[in-house]
Design a protein around this ligand. Structure first.
Ligand code: BMA
Length: 384
């Protein structure tokens, strides 16, 4: 009898623990749904006057990130790395191989989509790219897309600086050619869909680094007025093509002394996110100076305009400097309010920006990943 009562008591105790655990889980779930719904519902004014709800949600997530820190991004993270190329069968990244987690932000490049090619200018297959975008989105990563279109006048690369902007504006002789190019861009964007036909929102960052003179849309190769008109017409044409899953990012390169961040700015109604590309090309001192100066400019303008801002490209080729991630980079961008920092591609053994397995500075990169305010995929998943 006594034994049965003791057993009954244990069963009762066990059952109430389970019920308690279930209540806690339900409350936690309700709490997370609440914030999830809040971010989905929060209304925002975007470039696209008819953004779909996923686009608005992406924007709200991006605005939310700085409350926790900043997200880490890598260009072509899952397409290839040092010593490997995605063959469509595996899902990996150099970042994951080194740290055990994937990036939070995924950069992809659509140069040559305008030509209708099957592969981009870096030999990434567009079909594979779409699969990788779907997967990154499913994992709740953020996708940002750059575009290095060929020069429409010479039909050479984006780095061919023969003036071309004037010719592709609505008043120019090659406008219809450019419209065709944009229809290929629109088709790519419009076909970014999840398994149930849900549209995948992305950050689009066209005509970047315009204050440098290495691209045909860059300084000296077109006037600021022509650049601004090109940007505005591009937005308008993409809208005509019914693209509703894009946030537009404007991103100059490191500002030269005489540069004004807003010199080529197309206007608040044409830009959702402010960016800047800052590489370390020379000394660490110069890089730190540029980070301090330009990120404080970016922050000031971001706050004034109430727009999220990001370090849209960054890196030190081959990362030959000890403790670069923790002592140089992070130290000068933590607490700046940027939503993310994206590092350029691990292309080949003399052109890479993130450590791979066997690289001499992996320890520092792992320490960087472990900083509480540096957000990789598992961290960014929680922002919803
Ligand atoms: C550049 C280099 C090029 C590449 C281009 C577009 O910075 O990495 O090799 O083609 O970006 O991805």
């Amino acid at each position: 009898m006594l034994i049965t009562r003791i057993q009954d008591f244990h069963v009762l105790q066990y059952k109430s623990t389970i019920i308690f655990a279930k209540i806690v889980l339900v409350l936690l779930f309700a709490q997370s749904c609440k914030s999830h719904t809040a971010l989905i519902k929060k209304d925002v004014a975007l470039v696209d006057s008819r953004p779909n709800r996923n686009t608005k949600f992406l924007f709200n997530r991006i605005k939310e990130i700085p409350k926790q820190g900043y997200a880490f991004g890598h260009q072509d993270a899952t397409a290839y790395g040092i010593g490997w190329k995605n063959n469509g069968k595996q899902y990996q990244s150099d970042v994951h191989k080194v740290t055990g987690d994937h990036p939070a932000v995924y950069g992809f490049e659509i140069g040559h989509i305008e030509l209708g090619h099957a592969f981009n200018l870096d030999t990434v297959n567009f079909k594979l790219m779409k699969t990788l975008i779907r997967k990154a989105h499913k994992n709740r990563g953020i996708i940002t897309i750059s575009w290095h279109p060929d020069n429409p006048v010479s039909n050479k690369s984006a780095w061919d600086t023969i003036p071309a902007v004037k010719d592709i504006l609505s008043t120019g002789r090659l406008h219809y050619k450019y419209k065709d190019w944009l229809s290929n861009v629109a088709n790519f964007m419009n076909r970014l869909k999840g398994p149930w036909g849900n549209s995948i929102p992305v950050v689009f960052r066209p005509f970047h680094e315009m204050n440098g003179s290495w691209f045909w849309w860059g300084e000296g190769n077109c006037s600021p007025q022509e650049y601004i008109q090109l940007w505005r017409e591009t937005v308008t044409i993409l809208k005509e093509y019914k693209v509703n899953n894009i946030l537009y990012a404007y991103s100059p390169n490191t500002l030269k002394l005489e540069d004004d961040y807003l010199k080529y700015y197309p206007g608040d109604e044409y830009v959702d996110i402010l960016g800047i590309d800052i590489y370390q090309h020379t000394t660490t001192e110069d890089f730190v100076e540029a980070l301090k100066k330009d990120i404080s400019t970016l922050k000031k303008i971001g706050i004034e305009k109430n727009k999220p801002y990001a370090l849209s490209e960054a890196g030190l080729n081959k990362i030959p400097v000890n403790d670069w991630w923790t002592k140089i980079l992070d130290k000068h961008i933590a607490n700046s309010g940027i939503s993310w920092a994206l590092f350029w591609r691990n292309a080949w053994p003399s052109h890479y920006f993130v450590p791979y397995v066997g690289h001499e500075n992996t320890n520092d990169f792992v320490a960087f990943k472990n900083l509480p305010h540096v957000l990789f995929l598992e961290d960014i998943k929680k922002i919803r």
